[in-house]
Design a protein around this ligand. Structure first.
Ligand SMILES: [Zn+2]
Length: 306
């Protein structure tokens, strides 16, 4: 069995070549999964743009309209760091639709992976740090509002704190938020997740895996989520331009196995999003491939997927 995969060809919206966001990574990741034999035709699913009513479970109409019409104030636009061109606006709505679809597929098949998503610095009224809409928060609210789940959990292992996700679900007992991140990294002002694991600069594979592995299984058993939404950001890697941790490729792969196995062995479906990663493209694509490798193996081991 293999994980369900979610992708749209419009994800890699064109950006000026001087822009520092690695927008081509989505397309190259799709290509690499096919070339490496990690995906066959029956695994692919293509999302539709999120409808407005889904977005508005998290974001205000004023904000999403201003962004989509390219009429945000300059300071708000600058805080996002991406230009609101028509292709970028389209891919932004599509990516939220993609994470919702990935979450639904995970509920059906046990495991599903999105080739985008994890924009966890997007707050209800403003975006930040390349994040415009909070796809994981929208997916959680959509599934809860449809009654498909009563409890879920966000596991955010991107190197940056999942600050907006933490804030959105404060006081929401049905959603448990867990973020393990470099304590000294962006955002300077942290929010409170249900559990935060602030990590020291320079942390390597073993202590990192001990720290995450030391809390995750118990969290799952205590909260008993019916779905885990996993942000598998690769920016804790030692070569990442924006990370401050020292994980190796093997460390990231073990991390992804740890999370997926902790969910699947307890019968908890899991949906993954790729999260952040900042490096030259060939290396970055290899790093984002790791969670798909782990998902492929874990699907087979636990007889999940399609
Ligand atoms: Zn990040």
């Amino acid at each position: 069995m293999r994980p369900a995969l979610v992708y749209h060809p419009a994800y890699s919206a064109p950006l000026p070549s001087s822009h520092r966001f690695p927008m081509a990574k989505f397309r190259l990741l799709h290509q690499a999964l096919q070339q490496r034999g990690l995906a066959s035709a029956d695994q692919w699913h293509r999302p539709l743009p999120a409808p407005r009513r889904w977005l508005e479970l998290v974001h205000s109409r004023t904000y999403h309209q201003a962004f989509s019409r390219n009429s945000l104030e300059r300071q708000q636009q600058r805080r996002i760091g991406l230009p609101a061109t028509p292709p970028l606006v389209r891919r932004t709505w599509l990516s939220v639709g993609g994470t919702v679809l990935t979450a639904r597929l995970a509920l059906q098949h046990g495991i599903a992976c999105h080739l985008a998503g994890g924009t966890h610095h997007a707050f209800p009224e403003h975006g930040s740090g390349f994040c415009i809409f909070n796809d994981v928060a929208v997916a959680a609210r959509v599934l809860l509002s449809e009654g498909l789940v009563q409890r879920l959990m966000v596991v955010d292992l991107d190197v940056h704190q999942g600050d907006a996700t933490a804030l959105i679900f404060q006081g929401e007992p049905r959603v448990l938020t867990f973020s393990a991140h470099a304590a000294s990294n962006f955002p300077a002002r942290k929010q409170s997740s249900d559990l935060d694991l602030p990590l020291p600069d320079g942390l390597e594979d073993e202590p990192y895996l001990e720290a995450v592995g030391g809390v995750l299984p118990e969290l799952i058993e205590q909260h008993r989520p019916q779905l885990v939404l996993y942000n598998a950001g690769v920016d804790p890697h030692r070569r990442d331009r924006l990370g401050r941790l020292e994980l190796s490729d093997a460390g990231l792969l073990r991390r992804d196995h740890l999370v997926l196995d902790a969910c699947l062995r307890r019968g908890v479906p899991v949906a993954t999003v790729i999260g952040g990663g900042y490096d030259a493209l060939p290396e970055l694509v290899e790093r984002h491939l790791l969670v798909f490798r782990a998902a492929t193996d874990q699907a087979r081991l636990h007889r999940a997927g399609i």
